[in-house]
Design a protein around this ligand. Sequence first.
Ligand code: MN
Length: 331
Amino acid sequence: MPAVTADTLTLPRLRALPEQGTAWRAVHNVVTAKKFFEGEGFQVRRPFPGMDLSLADPFLLLDHLGAVEYGPGEAKGAPWHPHRGFETVTYIMDGAFEHTDSTGGGGLITDGATQWMTAGSGVMHSELPPDSFVASGGLFHGTQLWVNLPRSAKWTPPRYQDIGSSDVKLVSSADGGALLRIIAGELDGHRGPGVTHTPISYAHATVNAGARVDVSWPAEFNALVYVLSGRGTVGTDARPLEEGQLAVLGSGDALTLRAADTQPQAAGSAWNVLLLGGLPLGEPVARYGPFVMNTKAEIVEAMEDFQSGNLIRQAPSELPHGTSADIDPHS
Ligand code: MN
């Protein structure tokens, strides 16, 4: 898992937190991701939706893509499809996705880069492996997170943020044994580059065997830990968490996690986790496939706009529009 690597000894470190007097969050429950097929037929592991979504609010969906070793000709993606009312955040650790959208945004997402697409009032986009990667095959590993927009920002113009692998904020754990890549929000005052509509934190941590991550976490945020590879424990009750599992944490003002002393061969010597949290929106959610609004009437409006070619309101519209048959209820 290349993503971004660094010598943790030279990085700024998270402050050590006092064992006593810190309100460490305990694990509320553990969810094992379910497997789905997306787009042209690539498998994803999806820890949510499928659980009580208020626990993840403002996050709507997390897809774990791979890790998969594609043979020549096997790599797949998601060709042109619409979105409205939220943001898709695509993070690619191995392999590559080529993104094109109706705002003219786009580019190659690869080697630890993140693409933050605000669908807002409406976009069409395609997310496909580049031809050269399809031809060669190879290791592919990434994630896609859906972040809801508050009612006040559902109709914001679409926006594209290209967050290069060198843009993420790198910090180390207090013990120097973990590398944390902050994509958005902040950890202990260190701020990542992603611009968000509501306060969230999103980071990828590589925790070496036996190392520990303690980090302060806003009490008003929810907190989720998802395992990309390897194994470890979360919370003061040391709840085991392994690849494909999501921990939902309870209340408190800090997280503690520790990588197991031995890691599966395939995971290398480290436990790789995503740390996610945000300020819940607490608004009604109406969703159908690629549209996430506040009311059913707004979903019907989005489908009618898509069918009539009016989904995209601020952009050149030589792009294809489709019928409801083109709406994949999952992607
Ligand atoms: Mn999409």
